[in-house]
Write a protein that binds this ligand. Sequence first.
Ligand code: SF4
Length: 148
Amino acid sequence: MTGIIIAACAVGVTGLLLGLFLGFMGKKFAVEVDQKEIDVRAELPGNNCGGCGYAGCDALAKAIAAGEADCGACPVGGAPVAAKIAAIMGAEAGSQERMTAFVKCGGDCDKAKNNYVYSGVQDCTMTFSYTHPMPPTLHSLWISVVAR
Ligand code: SF4
């Protein structure tokens, strides 16, 4: 019975010491994060598409919080997100122009005017390999990726 009590005390004291050590280290090596960066990140859509020109939403949030990017730099979020971010940053949102994709050719060979006569290879992968020469290994890898 005494052995069990001694073992329980040893485990308890070890756990207490480890807890104190981890708590101390957590405080000593804590990374300070700008609260504005966290708030801005929370408002961004989170698509991580790179449409803003940054590596992702985290990178844009960091840039906005540092004052290196405009509040309306996220084209995906548009005006509503820009307004929320501007409120966080205490700045003006500015005007946002909605951008949409435009298929200039009309999206169909029947709708588009035929300006040229193409008489080359009728396969996009082969055409790509002719216009972008690469080593055979990379080329076969490219074809296997495209074929999927
Ligand atoms: S454009 Fe918007 S959604 Fe896309 S990565 Fe940038 S912040 Fe994120």
